[in-house]
Design a binder for this molecule. Sequence first.
Ligand code: GDP
Length: 425
Amino acid sequence: MLTAITGINWGDEGKGRMVDLLSEDYDIVIRFQGGNNAGHTVVNERGEFILNLLPSGILRSDVVNVIGNGVVVDIKHLAEEMNKLKAAGIEITPNNLKISDRAIIVMPYHVRQDCLEEERLADAKYGSTKRGIGPVYGDKYMKKGLRMGELLDSEEDLKNRLKGIIEWKNLTIEKGYGDSPVDFDEMWAYLKEYGSIAKDFVCDTGVYLNDAHKNGKKIMFEAQLGALRDIDYGIYPFTSSSSTISAYAPIGAGVPNLKVTNSIGIMKAYSTCVGEGPFTAEMFGEKAEELRKAGNEYGAATGRPRRVGGFDVLASRYGVMAQAADEIALTKLDVLSYLEEIPVCVGYTFEGELLKDFPIGEKLFKAKPVYEYKKGWMKDISGCRKVEELPQEAIDYIKYLEEAVDCKIKYVSVGPEREQYIVMK
Ligand code: GDP
């Protein structure tokens, strides 16, 4: 069984929480794209954890976790994240964590380049998380990335490669941005210090996963960020720099020969978006502040307040298509319990014309939301564990969303904790 858990919206749908819940039935959890630019928050009996790089399965002692070739790895951040978890009593060894030898290393000069570019853009900035993710994916495609597997090469080979890359990088950092040059000795010391911690976990994850698959192991792919941040299908250029969709999962994991057998899309009961970019359903003022507070919508990786809005039918239907979702896990339904009327963005208009499909370019940037209101339930539902315990208005809202995006909602979560969910019939 190969299941992909992906985001239908702009990210922060609660993927980490659903992976934590559903990974009980899986042997292996894989991160297949992105880096430490997003955070998954998981609350379970061991405490609250924010995972940036490590797959959410790391919190289960019997799950093997894989960081695939599609991921970019900040080795200093990795060491720090592992230390925090170890301090909380979580065991991390090469037996339960495997990192692809093809994954690319995020270096300090990537972070610097990210910051320099955001500064240069000033008011026109993309809202980068400044973790170097854009520059490192750029380098990957320029064939100037350092791979995790190179940490296992001879020092001489690695040194030569790093030298060549730094020479090239300084054409941008020093000659282009006019900043101080990247220093080889400093970067070499950095690679040695953090590379020596990371290299014990490096292997060919494709070989490992193919063997595991042949032996009947159950595999879960865990996406970071949602469909609308995908580099191809998202709100470009306000996207991430990698592919966040389920079809990419086997490629980014190291098993392009395997196919996802079940795609579970994580969809939020309302909309949130971190950073810049078109967000048509956005609400402002007091109503937005109330929703932000009710949902505690502040970024897990950056602490930034998230932009909020009602559920966006057009964007979510598009997200369901992009993720090839077979079923949906609807999250944060409990957050809407305070609302007498639930705002839903049922469509967009562009220059007065109603749009049928999720747009790109000018149409997206200038689209206006069309809002409708659904009846709220005004009751705490965080203690509900069965469909029958939900108020009728909540069931009606779930059914409405199901029809609106044309996909079955299988799970509904009603709180951040592991057991706060309902399996729909
Ligand atoms: P991810 O990146 O998709 O994993 O999402 P985040 O971790 O950024 O955001 C999800 C946040 O919502 C976390 O703080 C979760 O603990 C919380 N959360 C997840 N599911 C629910 C839910 O059903 N209800 C409530 N109230 N909070 C939830």
